[in-house]
Design a protein. Structure first.
Ligand SMILES: [Zn+2]
Length: 263
């Protein structure tokens, strides 16, 4: 932990005070079997486990955004909706924000829920928020804000949850960014940390068309060739949707572009 503190660069110093709060919040929200297991540990065992440097090798970016940051992103989105933003613009990011008014009802409802305070008791409570989370991270700026918060949650503060983190995320194309811009936005935050602290895995979703799968592998490979911190490609999504065998040729392609793959 002291190693992390010593090596923290000036950019990361800026908001390090907020991390203590989030770490406490995360710990206090542990429930069910996990809470019972935790309660069975002695103080000595707890402090030993906390002090161990840990490697998190598969953290879902959109699934790890702290709730307070989702609320803040929702606030940003509402603040730039047409009633609150009188600036006429051709900027695609702002244009995207303006589309809040035309979002499907279930996404708008989730956003309202996030703003007014949401209770997450069951795992499905969280999954139902995903369409809204995607809407909240649909511009490079909002995606960077979310990524930065996730990295801080895992790596910073007096009791970091991990000493090394591999964030995985599926490149998403939106009206405000291409899939390459998506990966670049995430990488720009990941690379604020040292190579032995944080790295990126590009995920392929089984539901993607072959053209998109090829595009994602190309993005991962070309960025890696440029020396950017992409360390792997993985396959995600519902295993019942399509067979993994369809993806074999993309795994060969990954090997060709010098990237490891996991399924
Ligand atoms: Zn996963």
């Amino acid at each position: 932990m002291s190693r992390l503190t010593e090596t923290r660069n000036s950019n990361r110093e800026v908001n390090s005070t907020s991390v203590q709060t989030t770490t406490t919040t995360t710990t206090s929200s542990i429930a069910g079997y996990a809470a019972r297991a935790l309660a069975s540990l002695t103080e000595l065992q707890l402090s030993f486990i906390k002090a161990l440097p840990k490697a998190e090798l598969h953290a879902h970016l959109n699934g790890s955004i702290p709730l307070r940051v989702l609320r803040s992103l929702a606030q940003d989105l509402f603040n730039t909706s047409p009633e609150n933003d009188s600036t006429p613009t051709n900027d695609p990011c702002l244009a995207q924000n303006h589309r809040i008014q035309t979002l499907p009802a279930h996404i708008a409802a989730s956003l309202e829920k996030l703003q007014s305070g949401v209770e997450l008791n069951e795992i499905h409570d969280f999954f139902s928020l995903f369409p809204a989370i995607y809407a909240l991270t649909s511009t490079p700026k909002s995606l960077q804000k979310a990524t930065r918060a996730v990295l801080r949650e895992f790596l910073d503060g007096p009791e970091p949850q991990a000493a090394y983190l591999e964030l995985r995320t599926t490149p998403r194309e939106t009206p405000a960014m291409s899939r390459r811009s998506y990966v670049l936005a995430v990488l720009s935050e990941v690379e604020r940390y040292r190579a032995d602290e944080a790295a990126l895995i590009v995920s392929l979703d089984r539901r993607m068309e072959d053209r998109v799968l090829g595009e994602c592998v190309e993005i991962a490979g070309s960025l890696r060739a440029e020396g950017r911190r992409v360390v792997g490609v993985d396959v995600c999504g519902d295993p019942l949707v399509r067979s993994c065998s369809r993806l074999v040729r993309f795994f060969f392609l990954m090997t060709f572009v010098g990237i490891g793959g996991r399924c």
